[in-house]
Design a protein around this ligand. Structure first.
Ligand code: ATP
Length: 131
């Protein structure tokens, strides 16, 4: 804890400062992570589609849970990748591989959950509209 030049490395003292740093974190995710941008864009498409299909409250809750879980898992994946790179840099390391592969596996699990939720909620609605 302390100061490095004019760059802060000590703990935030005010809620608003913590909040601004958290916002900066989300902006960094959007700017630097292609997969996060893809999931964010997909989430917006699903939300617009859900508004159009007028899904009910229960369906909204499951849909939002699935979307946020994917974004959260992508965030955790980025944290793991960044921390691993901080430790090992460009060097090959078996534990680095394990950490990165497991983090990517977490994103896959969340994505599978969101696909299942999507199929359960939207397939019957779409089939009903087609009939
Ligand atoms: N330092 C390392 N040591 C061992 N294996 C590594 C290391 N860095 C990356 N890898 C392996 O290479 C794969 C790709 O690494 P990378 O950091 O590009 O992850 P990615 O999942 O492709 O990234 P992104 O989520 O940004 O698309 C990892 O899943 C891991 O198997």
């Amino acid at each position: 804890m302390g100061l490095k030049g004019n760059k802060q490395v000590h703990k935030n003292k005010h809620f608003i400062v913590s909040f601004l740093h958290a916002l900066q974190g989300i902006i960094t995710l959007i700017k630097s992570e292609r997969n996060f941008r893809f999931h964010l864009f997909s989430s917006l498409v699903v939300i617009i589609f859900s508004v159009y299909l007028k899904i009910n409250l229960n369906e909204w809750l499951w849909t939002l849970l699935a979307l946020f879980l994917v974004l959260l898992s992508e965030t955790i994946n980025t944290i793991v990748e960044t921390v691993v790179d901080l430790f090992v840099g460009d060097k090959y390391n078996d534990l680095a591989k394990k950490a990165k592969d497991v983090a990517a596996g977490g994103v896959l699990i969340a994505s599978l959950f969101s696909i299942l939720v999507g199929l359960i909620i939207f397939l019957p609605i779409i089939l009903q509209k087609l009939n």
